[in-house]
Design a binder for this molecule. Structure first.
Ligand code: GDP
Ligand code: MG
Length: 174
């Protein structure tokens, strides 16, 4: 049995690495190519400060379906992980213009825990978004900023560790 069951939602534009991050962390496999329309929930057991935790990670994606899945994703999430790619300026803009805005339309996202992720840090030679930009946006959203690489695994443990701490804190506040 587990001390906590935590639900983490991974949001962000197509191609930023949501599936790759999720699968690398939960199964330690780097995916070269993954169907961008597949949404799925992954589980992983972790230990944090002597607590046994069942992590449920929702890898979001838009399938070809009539119903908009966005509200269901928001309802699922105790923590919002907002991902862009450091080699894709457009995906950075989409954090505020689309993802944050849509979450805010459903709940008071200011009051919920979130983390901003700049992924693909291994591709720094093609960088389009400076670290400073990420930090500024995180400050504006009142959350942490972490740069990750789903390829090398850099900071993935830190990402899910931080997200779990935030989710536990959130549960305690309720
Ligand atoms: P999603 O649409 O957000 O789920 O994006 P995917 O996880 O399908 O990733 C899109 C592409 O980016 C795939 O070809 C991945 O292999 C690649 N990718 C994802 N994360 C990284 C990363 O950190 N570094 C590198 N070099 N490639 C990555
Ligand atoms: Mg995907």
């Amino acid at each position: 049995s587990f001390d906590y069951e935590l639900r983490i939602g991974i949001f962000g534009a197509g191609g930023v690495g949501k599936s790759t991050i999720t699968i690398k962390f939960t199964h330690n496999i780097f995916i070269e190519e993954y169907d961008p329309t597949i949404e799925d929930e992954y589980i992983k057991e972790i230990e944090l400060n002597d607590k046994k935790i069942l992590l449920k990670v929702l890898d979001t994606a838009y399938p070809e379906e009539f119903c908009d899945p966005f509200p269901r994703w928001v309802e699922f999430s105790q923590v919002f992980v907002l991902v862009y790619s450091i080699i894709d300026k457009y995906s950075f803009g989409e954090i505020l213009n689309y993802h944050y805005k849509r979450i805010k339309n459903i709940l008071n996202v200011q009051d919920y825990p979130k983390i901003l992720i700049g992924n693909k840090s291994d591709l720094f030679t093609k960088r389009e978004v400076k670290t400073k930009k990420g930090k500024e946006l995180a400050k504006q959203l009142n959350c942490k900023y972490i740069e990750t690489s789903a390829k090398t695994g850099e900071n993935l443990n830190q990402l899910f560790y931080e997200a779990s701490l935030l989710a536990i804190q959130e549960l305690k506040n309720k």
